[in-house]
Design a protein around this ligand. Structure first.
Ligand SMILES: Nc1ncnc2c1ncn2[C@@H]1O[C@H](COP(=O)(O)OP(=O)(O)OP(=O)(O)O)[C@@H](O)[C@H]1O
Length: 247
């Protein structure tokens, strides 16, 4: 079976420093792969490489069997790759529905031409707001949302583009403990019920252990381990890399 994502010897160096080094792995359709690693290990940089925000200086990236190493961010998005960012990318004065509408427009290539009927995009925006539990907040400016709702809105903005492969960069960052379970459940459902392939960077191990099929550990830009959560957390090399930090 052709993997959804195939990385081979992927590397990124900048200003003489190697940030991502020789990363190789395959991800198959419907898999949930979680990334952990100390601060500065290169997790976000790896997501930047996969999504096309920074160019690879070594190695290759394949999406559904096509070599996309030299492709732009929009070209990769058209192949079904979407991502969220570690820090919030919302406009404070724009409403929840406004964000999703703008994202829908962007996904349609700057116009609404892909929808045959004028109301199609409204239905699509409404569906995504229902799906993410934000329908009752549609007319609220994003500045008034809780952290958990902001993270849901970022997922809504992503979902309206119908990504098959989603890269989620610390989706729980800044979210209160009370809001973590609902957000976790939403991400679980996007994976289990809708079959989306997910790559997620997350520091909350308790969240990851209930979600991920495989756990990837990054350390100094390299992939230190990639296996089931149980095998990874029992790996002495991984434990050594975290020295004293609870896994
Ligand atoms: N554009 C850049 N130029 C130079 N160094 C960079 C650049 N982007 C990232 N780095 C460095 O690369 C290293 C890896 O950063 P990255 O953000 O990928 O790590 P991370 O594992 O996502 O960390 P965190 O868990 O803190 O988000 C860090 O030392 C960072 O300072």
């Amino acid at each position: 079976m052709t993997p959804v994502l195939r990385l081979r010897g992927l590397g990124w160096s900048v200003g003489g420093a190697t940030i991502v080094d020789e990363v190789s792995f395959d991800v198959h359709e419907g898999e949930f792969l979680a990334f952990i690693g100390p601060n500065g290990a290169g997790k976000t940089s790896l997501f930047n490489l996969i999504s096309g925000l920074v160019p690879a200086t070594r190695g290759s990236i394949g999406l559904d069997g096509a070599d996309v190493t030299a492709e732009s961010v929009p070209a990769r998005a058209r192949r079904g790759l979407g991502r969220t960012f570690q820090t919030s990318s919302l406009w404070p004065a724009i409403t929840v529905a406004g964000h999703v509408r703008l994202a829908a427009q962007a996904a349609a290539g700057g116009s609404y031409r892909i929808w045959r009927r004028a109301g199609d995009h409204r239905e699509r925006v409404g569906r995504v707001l229902e799906r993410t539990g934000l329908a009752h907040r549609a007319d609220v400016p994003s500045a008034e949302l809780s952290h958990g709702e902001k993270r849901k809105l970022e997922l809504a903005v992503l979902l309206v583009g119908e990504p098959r492969l989603m890269l989620l960069d610390e989706p729980m960052a800044g979210v209160s403990a009370e809001e973590v379970p609902a957000l976790t459940e939403l991400i679980r459902s996007l994976h289990r019920d809708e079959g989306r392939t997910v790559l997620m960077v997350e520091h909350h191990m308790d969240v990851l252990l209930g979600l991920a099929d495989r756990l990837a550990v990054m350390h100094h830009g390299t992939l230190l381990a990639l296996d089931t959560p149980r095998a990874v957390t029992a790996d002495p090399v991984v434990q050594q890399a975290y020295l004293g930090e609870a896994l």
